[in-house]
Design a protein around this ligand. Structure first.
Ligand code: HSE
Length: 307
């Protein structure tokens, strides 16, 4: 049985336009590292945090909360010391808190004599996610644990479907340096939606899932639309419409808010299109005195893993 483990936990894009609180995918090469060590003293201790200013009190830290939830469930007779090395900026919209929550349960699971299932891990990671966002949604933690593209097909009970993954789609992320709290972005949303919009959205999500199984590129591109959430949230992101036009201009097949933002994502079938989109959209934000981070990536088939 392992006593120490070092892992990588990927950044993730949630919602993916057509699947609010349901769809998400893992990003290749963008993510945090965490180190786990068994301790004789029970409970979680957070012994190091680099790359971000986060609480080291395990009760106030998403990794601590998620990890403790797993330790309690398995009645562990040991504790775990966790180091968190953040590369994903908190509040960026690419699953920073989820990487810590999912990473915590994945890492601790490696130290257990009888490891638990990815579905059970997702439930514990959601406890950490709730601390950060006020809501137990799984559309970031599921792809972070499973890798690839995941669908949360139910919350009560929790059901996760690992969808066919794609290696022929390229992903661009642009993170303008503004702060949007997920709680605030959720509070903006209406509690009821018109039936015609609900139908359109159901069609888009169903079309998206079908396109993956058939690998129908045209259906895939047509399905990545959102009539429910983005119209309310895009007001939080300056120059959203201009950046969207830039994505269309550079042949991107999809564009939208990553999770609750402020990061924006674009998908394209050619890496050159993503790179040109990132270059042009960076210029737009910089012209308006906004600093950005950009990532040119792809969908990773791998979730959290040992390094
Ligand atoms: N589905 C969540 C939301 C993701 O959009 O509020 C947050 O990262």
């Amino acid at each position: 049985m392992k006593k120490e483990v070092r892992i990588f936990c990927p950044a993730t894009v949630a919602n993916v336009n057509c699947g609010f609180d349901a769809l998400g995918f893992a990003l290749e090469g963008v993510g945090d590292e965490m180190v786990f060590q068994k301790t004789t003293q029970k409970g979680i201790s957070i012994t190091a945090i680099t790359g971000a200013d986060l609480p080291s009190d395990p009760k106030k830290n998403v990794a601590g909360v998620a990890g403790q939830s797993l330790l309690d469930a398995v009645n562990a007779d040991f504790g775990v010391a966790i180091e968190i090395h953040k590369k994903i900026r908190p509040g960026s919209g690419i699953g920073s808190s989820s990487a810590s929550a999912a990473g915590a349960v994945y890492g601790i699971n490696q130290l257990l004599e009888h490891p638990v299932s990815p579905l059970a891990l997702t439930r514990h990671a959601m406890k950490g996610e709730a601390l950060a966002s006020g809501n137990e949604h799984a559309d970031n933690v599921a792809p972070c644990l499973y890798g690839g593209i995941t669908l949360v097909s139910g919350y009560t009970p929790l059901q996760i479907v690992a969808l066919p993954s794609l290696d022929s789609v390229f992903v661009g992320i642009i993170h303008p340096h503004i702060v949007i709290h997920t709680k605030q972005a959720r509070a903006l949303l209406p509690t009821q939606v018109p039936l015609k919009d609900a139908i359109t959205q159901a069609q888009k999500l169903a079309g998206f899932v079908a396109s993956l199984y058939e690998w129908d590129k045209a259906l895939f591109s047509q399905s990545l639309k959102d009539v429910l959430i983005t119209p309310h949230r895009k007001t939080l992101i300056p120059h959203y419409d201009q950046i969207e036009s830039c994505a269309i201009h550079h042949n991107c097949i999809a564009f939208g808010i990553s999770g609750s933002g402020p990061s924006l994502f674009a998908l394209a079938f050619a890496k050159a299109d993503i790179d040109q989109f990132l270059e042009s959209s960076t210029k737009i934000f910089k012209k308006h005195q906004l600093q950005v981070d950009t990532y040119s990536s792809s969908i990773s088939g791998q979730g959290c893993h040992i390094i």
